[in-house]
Design a protein around this ligand. Structure first.
Ligand SMILES: CC(C)[C@H](C(=O)O)[C@@H](O)C(=O)O
Ligand code: SF4
Length: 472
């Protein structure tokens, strides 16, 4: 019998009841869930459902909530001005209190974006099943766990039973060969992967990122990659745990301690794809050929190396792609054929669950140190959690941001999406370290270019899409 992939191993360890049938006709499996993360947007109806059915939360010890999408990132001691956001946050607080769910509210040191908070507390661990009513749950796959976004009715099911009925998946290996050149980051890599396989390329698959370049990445960088698996349409993305994973986890508040650590480690070391395992699909990408990568269009797959030019739609042979490019170029208000480096921005956003961690803050500070944000450019630096903020402060990074003329904010999803006061005005253009560049994502009529933290910082200094190497 052929060996198993990492994803198959983790899945098999969590099957409570196996679905009947074989192959594509196999019915869903009932899967045990090890960690359930909750935020204000997708939980209200789930708690309502529990209340109506007279049920409680089955595993309070495996459930944790935080406020992230609707929170402002300044004046957090004042009441939330927007009534919809205020209701969302207050509802979460009421629900968590009533059901006994642990909540990290605004102002708390552990508050922040749900996908930053889980790993930072050591709650996310190798070999787990992790769910959240949020598509970027894939982030947690960086620890070698199966981490999936779920809908509100599934949130209710997990709250009530700690299990979920899930369809079996296909496996895809993303083999990243060679080494990333200096100045090229994991954000550039994932943008290049999505440009290669397309926003639907991962549909039905759990992706496993493998190869030399991946092994060398920090946990923060691995999270950036897994985070965007959903932008390739995948059900989840994973990376096998290794020394870098264990080093990150050791000593965190919820990581196993003492003998439990040794027992856990022995189990985690088994979590790799067997040599003779067969993936349903394999993709290769040459890391050594990559340069900083940015998006020009309105989906995360419409990206190119920074040194390239805006596509000329008439030159695109495939009709569907041509139409998509025409539409995107129009919405983005770009000249076909213009160098990407000439695109001027008025806003730079650093943050989100893709690039709001300490490593990202450091990368931005390194570029901004001793430099100024260009005239007419507004730059927001938003830590993914209050702990990231505190760490950045202790390293003196906050001062660097402020001295450069950037706004150094409190934690939250912020300008990643238009659910809080941090938004683009119609017609404004941003370079953003977030993960989605859909029409209006950062505010109605706003235009988004997805970039790495280093590119975001260099762009803030020059006012046009730039890499640190473009600065003198
Ligand atoms: C609001 C939430 C449900 C949504 C998601 O599922 O991803 C948000 O986090 C996003 O990034 O668009
Ligand atoms: S930071 Fe953005 S992508 Fe991440 S959870 Fe918040 S809104 Fe979604």
């Amino acid at each position: 019998m052929a060996g198993k992939t990492l994803a198959e191993k983790v899945w098999d360890q969590h099957v409570v009841v196996r679905g009947e049938g074989e192959g594509s006709a196999r019915r869903p499996d009932l899967i045990y869930i090890d960690l359930h993360l909750v935020h204000e947007v997708t939980s209200p109806q789930a708690f309502d459902g529990l209340r109506l059915a007279g049920r409680g939360v089955r595993r309070l010890d495996l459930t944790i909530a935080t406020e992230d999408h609707n929170v402002p990132t300044i004046d957090i001691d004042k009441p939330i001005a927007d009534p919809v956001s205020r209701t969302q946050v207050e509802t979460l607080r009421r629900n968590c209190e009533e059901f006994g769910v642990r909540l990290h509210p605004m102002g708390d040191l552990e508050q922040g974006i749900v996908h930053v908070v889980g790993p930072q507390l050591g709650l996310t661990q190798p070999g787990m099943t992790v769910v959240c009513g949020d598509s970027h749950t894939a982030t947690h796959g960086a620890f070698g766990s199966i981490a999936m976004g779920i809908g509100t009715s599934e949130v209710e099911h997990v709250l009530a039973t700690q299990t979920l009925s899930l369809r079996p998946f296909k496996t895809m290996a993303i083999n990243v060969d060679g080494e990333l050149p200096a100045g090229v980051t994991s954000k550039d890599l994932i943008l290049a992967i999505i440009a290669q396989i397309g926003t639907g390329g991962g549909q039905g698959y759990v992706l496993e990122y493998r190869g030399e370049a991946i092994r060398k990445l920090s946990m923060e960088s691995r999270m950036t990659i897994c985070n965007m698996s959903i932008e390739a349409g995948a059900r989840a993305g994973m990376i096998a745990p290794d020394e870098i994973t264990y080093e990150f986890l050791k000593g965190r508040p919820h990581a196993p301690q003492g003998d439990d650590w040794d027992i856990a480690l022995a189990a985690w070391e088994q979590l790799k794809t067997d040599e003779d395992a067969v993936f349903d699909a394999e993709v290769h990408i040459d890391a050594s050929a990559l340069t900083p990568f940015v998006t020009w269009g309105t989906n995360p797959g419409q990206g190119l190396p920074l040194g390239a030019s805006v596509p000329v739609p008439e030159e695109i042979a495939d009709e569907t792609e041509r139409h998509a490019a025409e539409k995107a170029v129009r919405y983005m208000d770009l000249e076909p054929g213009m160098p990407l480096r000439e695109i001027k921005v008025d806003t730079v956003f650093v943050g989100s669950c893709t690039n709001g961690r300490i490593e990202d803050m450091r990368a931005v500070a390194e570029v901004l140190k001793g430099r100024k944000v260009a005239e007419g450019v507004r730059m927001l630096v938003v830590p993914g959690s209050m702990r990231v903020r505190a760490q950045a402060e202790s390293e003196g990074l906050g001062e660097i941001f402020v001295a450069a003329g950037a706004e150094w904010r409190q934690a939250g999803c912020s300008m990643c999406l238009g659910m809080n006061p941090d938004q683009l005005a119609p017609g404004e253009r941003s370079a953003s370290t977030s993960n989605r560049n859909f029409e209006g994502r950062q505010g109605k009529g706003g235009r988004t270019h997805l970039v790495s933290p280093a590119v975001a910082a260099a762009t803030a200094v020059r006012g046009t899409l730039s890499a640190p190497a473009d600065l003198d």
